[in-house]
Design a protein around this ligand. Structure first.
Ligand SMILES: [Zn+2]
Ligand SMILES: [Zn+2]
Length: 242
């Protein structure tokens, strides 16, 4: 399995270690994986994506692809800014969003590609078919030598549906190494948060990086499991051995 994976949190709802960045409700991750540069979600507006990337020295002009996990504006809001820094970029948009996100992407000089089924972008790097939340949501999945690494925007469909899709593709005994992103639990009842954390623990995950809409309660519960919780916010980087 080639190389290492480095994730930089460009936009998040949580503060990170730096104080000079915009912290806004939304998510955007810059992922360096196996010599590819991938943008996963864009955050809510051009200004935050562009200015945070500049301050962090992130080369958005060298991206190989952008993926929008789902249509919520806190994830899909910066198509104008992206088109400006990275014209003609292959931009994977959620199922059934061609009439709006696709049109906006095209107008801004990007190359929108609608996600309809499993998509292998490059060896070891995949995007899931649409999984219904609502809305339709897609997950980036990277194969590592320790198992699958899953990236989520909000996990609106819930962990179970995502795992069953992963089993369809990678086999019943698929190993999931880690999960990075939103879990949409910040306003959920404690019982739901606990149930989700138990599920993740029973899957044998080694690391979880709860971002965006995951909420404090989730981190509390996670800390009582054997999962390693990486506390990250805007501007932070996470290094993973591929
Ligand atoms: Zn959402
Ligand atoms: Zn959310």
């Amino acid at each position: 399995m080639p190389g290492r994976i480095k994730v930089t949190v460009l936009i998040d709802s949580k503060d990170g270690r730096r104080s000079d960045l915009h912290r806004v409700h939304g998510l955007s991750l810059f992922i360096e994986a196996y010599d590819r540069y991938i943008l996963f979600d864009l955050g809510p507006a051009d200004k935050y994506l562009i200015e945070n990337s500049e301050k962090l020295g992130i080369p958005l002009d060298l991206l190989d692809a952008a993926i929008i996990s789902h249509s919520h504006s806190s994830h899909a809001g910066a198509l104008g800014g992206l088109g400006w820094v990275s014209p003609y970029l292959d931009t994977y948009i959620p199922y059934d969003t061609m009439p709006h996100l696709g049109v906006v992407a095209k107008k801004n000089g990007l190359r929108p590609i609608e996600l309809l089924d499993w998509r292998e972008l490059w060896p070891y790097i995949y995007v899931t078919p649409p999984i219904y939340g609502p809305p339709w949501e897609h997950f980036l999945v990277i194969k590592t030598s320790n198992g699958l690494l899953v990236f989520s925007g909000c996990t609106h469909p819930g962990v179970d549906k995502v795992v069953s899709i992963l089993k369809d593709r990678f086999g019943e005994h698929v190993g999931i190494y880690g999960w990075i992103g939103g879990f949409h639990l910040s306003n959920a009842p404690r019982s739901i948060v606990m149930e989700t954390v138990k599920k993740l623990d029973s899957l044998g995950l080694e690391i979880v990086v709860p971002l965006h809409c995951s909420g404090k309660t989730m981190s509390e519960y996670l800390s009582s499991t054997s999962i390693r919780v990486i506390d990250a916010g805007v501007g932070d980087t996470i290094d993973i051995d591929g």
